[in-house]
Design a protein around this ligand. Structure first.
Ligand SMILES: Nc1ncnc2c1ncn2[C@@H]1O[C@H](COP(=O)(O)OP(=O)(O)OP(=O)(O)O)[C@@H](O)[C@H]1O
Length: 365
C-alpha cells in the first residue's frame, strides 16, 4: 500500500566506488511523490551514478535504496516503477516512432490493442500524435527527444529519471522544452528527477534542487533558498553570479568587509570569525562615489541586452560584478549601496546540517 507521508524514493548512506575511486560519498536524499527535483553539479560529480543507482543499472557499494518504503537494492531494473530518459535518447533507428515508444510494452507481453492505445496516448502527451509512422531518421532532434520521453512515460512510471535530456538541443528549443517538461510533470503528477549541470535550467524548473560536487550533496532546497542562502563558496559560485568577498563577523548581525562594518541579517558565528560575504550583482545599486557604502573603480563593462555588466575593484583589489541598467565610465570611482538583507554571510566550513540548525535558531529573531 502506498503511504502519502513517506517519500517515494529515499537513499540512505549511498556510497559507490570503482576500484579505489570513491564516486558517491554517503548520499542521503528523499524525493516526495509528485515533485520536480534536480541534481545539479559539474561534469563528473556523480549525478548520473545516482540516477543509475535508483534505476537499478548500478549497484551501490554501501547504503540502501528505498522505493515507497521498501528496500529495492536487489530488485532488477525492469521490475522497478522507474523509467529513464537518457542523454543520447537511445532510440532504435530501425524502428519507427510508434514502435520505439511501444517497445517496452511489447517486452512485457502487453496485448496489441492496449499497446496501440497507450502509445497513442503517450505520443499525444508529448505533442507527437501524428508522428507514429515516421522513421527516427525523419524527425528532428527535438522530436527525438520527445519520443524518448514518450517511451519512458508509456510505462507509467511513478518516478521519471531524466539524464541531461535537453543538452543536445539548441538554446531556443531547450527553453521551450523546459516549459514543456515542467508542464508535463505538473499534469501527470509523477516525480521527476532531472539531471543537469546548467544552473539556470535547475533554478527555472525545479521544486527542489540538490547541489552536488565531488560525489557529495552539498545543499538541498528550493531554488529560492539555494540562491538566497548558499551554504558555502562552491554553491554560491555555482548558482548564479556572485561577489564573494572575505570578511569578519564582528558580532551577531554585524559584519566587516573591505575595512568597513555593515549591518546584516546573519548571526550565530563566533565574534571575529573569518567568513565570506555573498552579494549578488543585481542587488548592488550604483550611486555617486561620495554616497556609496563602498567605493569601487570601474574596470570594464559589457552590454548584456537588458543590463550592463560592470566589473569594478575596491581598494583591497576585490573584484565586484555589478548589474546596472545604466552604463558607468571606465576608470572612474562609483559608489555601491545595498540593503542589509542582501548581504549573505557564509561560515568557511559549515555542513548543511549545522547551517540549517543555525538558521532555525536565529531565523525568528
Ligand atoms: N563504470 C565506471 N567505471 C569507472 N568509473 C566510472 C564508471 N562510471 C562512472 N565513473 C566515474 O564516476 C564519476 C562520476 O560519473 P557520473 O557519470 O556519475 O558523473 P556526472 O555528474 O553525471 O557527469 P556528467 O555531467 O559529465 O554526465 C566520473 O569520474 C566517472 O568517470
Amino acid at each position: 500500500m502506498s503511504d502519502n507521508t513517506q517519500p517515494i524514493i529515499r537513499l540512505t548512506n549511498i556510497c559507490k566506488s570503482y576500484g579505489d575511486q570513491q564516486i558517491l560519498k554517503d548520499i542521503n536524499l528523499e524525493l516526495e511523490a509528485g515533485k520536480f527535483y534536480t541534481l545539479l553539479g559539474p561534469s563528473g560529480c556523480g549525478k548520473t551514478t545516482i540516477l543509475r543507482t535508483i534505476a537499478g543499472f548500478t549497484d551501490a557499494t554501501a547504503g540502501q535504496v528505498y522505493f515507497d518504503g521498501q528496500v529495492i537494492n536487489e530488485l532488477p531494473a525492469n521490475q522497478r516503477q522507474v523509467n529513464t530518459v537518457f542523454q543520447d535518447y537511445a532510440l532504435f533507428p530501425h524502428l519507427n516512432v510508434a514502435e520505439n515508444v511501444g517497445f517496452g510494452l511489447k517486452l512485457h507481453k502487453i496485448a496489441k490493442a492496449e499497446i496501440e492505445e497507450r502509445v497513442q496516448k503517450a505520443l499525444a502527451l508529448v505533442q507527437l500524435a501524428d508522428f507514429g509512422d515516421r522513421e527516427i531518421s525523419e524527425i528532428s532532434g527535438g522530436q527525438q527527444q520527445r519520443v524518448a520521453i514518450a517511451r519512458a512515460l508509456v510505462m507509467q512510471p511513478k518516478v521519471l529519471l531524466l539524464d541531461e535530456p535537453l543538452s543536445a538541443l539548441d538554446a531556443k528549443l531547450r527553453k521551450d522544452m523546459q516549459y514543456e517538461l515542467r508542464d508535463l510533470q505538473q499534469r501527470l503528477g509523477i516525480t521527476f528527477l532531472f539531471v543537469t549541470h546548467d544552473q539556470e535550467e535547475a533554478l527555472a524548473m525545479s521544486d527542489e534542487i540538490f547541489v552536488m560536487n565531488n560525489g557529495q550533496i552539498l545543499q538541498g532546497g528550493t531554488p529560492v533558498d539555494i540562491y538566497d542562502e548558499p551554504i558555502n563558496h562552491f554553491v554560491a559560485n555555482f548558482i548564479g553570479e556572485s561577489n564573494i568577498i572575505p570578511g569578519k563577523m564582528r558580532k551577531d548581525y554585524t559584519v566587516e568587509f573591505v575595512g568597513k562594518t555593515f549591518e546584516c541579517a546573519d548571526a550565530g558565528m563566533r565574534p571575529n570569525e573569518a567568513v565570506e560575504i555573498v552579494l549578488r550583482p543585481e542587488d548592488l545599486d550604483i550611486v555617486p562615489a561620495d554616497q556609496g557604502k563602498l567605493v569601487v573603480t570601474v574596470d570594464s563593462q559589457l552590454f548584456r541586452g537588458n543590463y550592463f555588466e560592470i566589473v569594478a575593484y575596491d581598494n583591497d583589489q576585490n573584484e565586484w560584478l555589478v548589474h546596472s541598467t545604466n552604463p558607468a565610465d571606465e576608470g572612474t570611482p562609483i559608489g555601491l549601496t545595498f540593503d542589509p538583507q542582501d548581504i549573505h554571510v557564509m561560515r568557511l566550513h559549515e555542513t548543511e546540517a549545522a547551517f540549517d540548525a543555525r538558521l532555525e535558531q536565529y531565523e525568528d529573531d
